[in-house]
Ligand binder design. Structure first.
Ligand SMILES: Nc1ncnc2c1ncn2[C@@H]1O[C@H](COP(=O)(O)OP(=O)(O)OP(=O)(O)O)[C@@H](O)[C@H]1O
Ligand SMILES: [Mg+2]
Length: 261
């Protein structure tokens, strides 16, 4: 059943500026994210794309601007706040426990959902056990969804790169996120792996209605699967709109799409 129907603005970034010392990484960036859309951020290397995700999930704190989540305005997001709001992410450089299995890595994504403390586990053994079973069930569901049953027990460090990216997506999904931030999920993949990953991104969006903020360099993929695209260029915002609008924007053509990347 299709869950997807693009809804109201859930995340609104207004006039965000971020500097490290004298270096301005984001300069007056404003865009919003609507419920259940696929919202891409593109731009050349060093444009500030990953920094933008770090602002959204509270790792970086901008010096200027406002961030509204579901209408609540704040100057900055805090990491635990963002996680509590259901914002999960994958990283440009895979961040998994290499010695742990696929299953256990995905299980770590359930951390926030695990309510029972060690103390209550000791007292209410049965309740904690029930919870554990529920977490396992959810993780198995994700493993089926991502078609990685064959590698469930394999230490992640032994998996090919494309598979590690898929496991990382699984870990983010385990948090049952409302907003999923994906930082170059297809980087370094071959054509077939990219097709698989695009399909998973579309299916997650379609089946669960998950809002997706995607950073990706492959323009074919971006233009194909995005509802709206914001273009950054060395900290500046160059354009924002549907793939068609962005593709035909002269500034974008000059600064980015016109040059081979
Ligand atoms: N913690 C930090 N301290 C200092 N400079 C930083 C920090 N994080 C990012 N930068 C700088 O901000 C600029 C933008 O970096 P960012 O990683 O956001 O770019 P990007 O668009 O994701 O690039 P890429 O496509 O290469 O991943 C770069 O010049 C980078 O060196
Ligand atoms: Mg980056």
């Amino acid at each position: 059943m299709k869950e997807r129907a693009i809804g109201e603005v859930i995340l609104d970034l207004k006039n965000i500026s971020l500097s490290f010392g004298a270096m301005r990484v984001l300069n007056n960036i404003s865009f919003d994210v609507r419920k259940s859309e696929i919202r891409s951020i593109i731009g050349p290397n060093g444009a500030g794309k990953s920094s933008m995700l770090n602002v959204i999930n509270g790792v970086y704190h901008p010096q200027e601007g406002e961030i509204s989540f579901r209408g609540e305005v704040r100057k900055q997001m805090k990491v635990h706040e963002a996680a509590g709001f259901g914002i999960a992410r994958t990283f440009q450089n895979i961040a998994l426990f290499k010695g742990m299995s696929t299953l256990d890595n995905i299980m770590t994504g359930r951390n926030l959902k695990m309510k029972s403390s060690m103390f209550s586990q000791a007292i209410y053994w049965g309740k904690a056990q029930k919870e554990e079973i529920e977490h396992r069930r959810k993780v198995e569901e994700i493993i089926d969804f991502l078609e990685i049953q064959a590698i469930r027990k394999t230490p992640v460090g032994r998996l090919p790169y494309g598979m590690q990216k898929r496991v990382e997506l699984g870990r983010a999904l385990a948090a049952e996120p409302e907003i999923l931030l994906l930082d170059e999920p297809m980087a370094g993949m071959n054509v077939e792996e990219k097709e698989d990953m695009s399909r998973f991104v579309l299916d997650i969006n379609d089946e669960f209605g998950t809002t997706i903020v995607l950073i990706e360099h492959d323009m074919g993929v971006v233009m194909d699967i995005s509802d709206r695209v914001v273009v950054l260029d060395y900290g500046r915002q160059l354009a924002d709109g549907t793939p068609d609008v962005v593709r035909n924007n002269q500034d974008v053509i000059d600064a980015y799409l016109g040059v081979s990347h």
